[in-house]
Ligand binder design. Structure first.
Ligand code: NDP
Length: 334
């Protein structure tokens, strides 16, 4: 078994020496356990949060432990009568490793329908699709005719959020970091307007594209992008705080808007959420997402990088914006 060990807490982006790749024999299974050959490792912005010891929504990975990650793989051996060898599965949590030993009772069996791939279950039919759905259905409640702004809009969560808001009859403005991603959002995801925050003035473009202000913000980035959106929220506007990726490589608290008085004057609702708090809604989310994928209405992109040894560099792609869609590491063949 090859696995990445967290050796020290990164400063800034993950760098050489923060993690170490080691080889260990695969231990014997205990009763109730299964051995999973990992096919995909999900690389998520939160991976970097778990490497730090700042205040966060779950315990950080301890120094000297295997790096935590969501894995999707095939059962190679089973000491449980719940799940037999050969099944596609995803345990509650795995690691950055070639094999994961998991409790069968804590493991989900995946049965892709025709036209679905295992990789979809790590994205649109898994955590990131569910997150987009929850942010809108449980928190943001978009209404037809409203103006919705989504940041990190071309990513795994953002691209699904843009499209669900469009299906709901909203006018959707998408913020992202390249002309290629803007074109995809316009031509494939069908958004009404795009802003390339690297080459265009964010505030000026928001003024031009949202002449009647912003009703709902789906915030994935924080920092300057969030501030420009916040400053244009209408009376009774809502901001769904899904992520603050621009601050994950920083030390200290994420910067927030300086004009907090706007929350009062505009009677705003700002609400953060973590998808795993809404487990009861997962089946409803997956039903809607599954139907949208099956019908071909919901467009997604998956970005696959090969080889466990590339994991730290691949993770950094999320912070440089090199990923086009849901970022996955392929550890072994399907
Ligand atoms: P993405 O597929 O969106 O990849 C991350 C993207 O963020 C990059 O491609 C890049 O796109 C953008 N980005 C990175 N750094 C910056 C920056 N400094 N300024 C502006 N944009 C930046 O990842 P996910 O869809 O997995 O995650 C999106 C967000 O959702 C994250 O904030 C994540 O933490 C959050 N999340 C929250 C969950 C929850 O339960 N609340 C669950 C899952 C994810 P670009 O080219 O546009 O710059």
């Amino acid at each position: 078994n090859q696995r990445w060990i967290l050796d020290r807490r990164p400063a800034g982006r993950v760098a050489a020496g923060d993690l170490r790749l080691e080889k260990q024999p695969v231990p014997e299974l205990m009763p109730g356990q299964i051995l999973i050959r990992n096919v995909y490792l999900s690389l998520d912005p939160s991976s970097r949060i778990w490497m730090s010891d700042e205040d966060q929504y779950m315990p950080p990975v301890e120094i000297g432990n295997v790096m935590r990650g969501l894995v999707y793989g095939i059962v190679e051996a089973s000491a449980s009568d719940r799940i037999e060898a050969g099944k596609l599965v995803s345990p509650a949590f795995g690691g950055w490793e070639t094999y994961t030993i998991a409790e069968a009772a804590m493991t989900r069996v995946i049965q892709p329908s025709a036209g679905e791939a295992l990789s979809d279950y790590a994205g649109v039919l898994g955590p990131t699709g569910i997150t987009a759905w929850l942010g809108l259905r449980e928190i943001g409640h978009p209404a037809a005719g409203e103006t919705v702004v989504v940041s990190a809009a071309a990513g795994a969560v953002g691209s699904v959020a843009c499209q669900i808001a469009k299906f709901d009859g909203c006018r959707v403005i998408a913020i992202t970091g390249s002309d290629e991603k803007c074109a995809w959002l316009r031509d494939e995801a069908g958004v009404d307007g795009t802003i390339n925050y690297r080459s265009e003035p964010i505030g000026g473009r928001l003024d031009a594209l949202c002449p009647d202000g912003i009703d709902l913000a789906f915030e994935n980035v924080g920092g300057e992008i969030m501030n420009e959106v916040f400053a244009r929220l209408n009376d009774f506007g809502r901001m769904v705080v899904c992520g603050l990726i621009s601050s994950y490589n920083l030390d200290g608290p994420a910067p927030g808007p300086s004009d907090f008085g706007r929350v009062l004057m505009r009677r705003l609702t700002i609400r953060g959420f973590i998808a795993s708090d809404f487990r009861k809604q997962f089946p409803t989310a997956l039903e809607e997402l599954g139907a949208l994928v099956q019908s071909g209405r919901l467009k997604t992109r998956t970005h696959i990088v090969d080889g466990l040894e590339t994991a730290p560099d691949a993770l950094n792609m999320l912070y440089s914006g090199e990923n086009r869609g849901k970022l996955l590491l392929r550890i072994s063949p399907e």
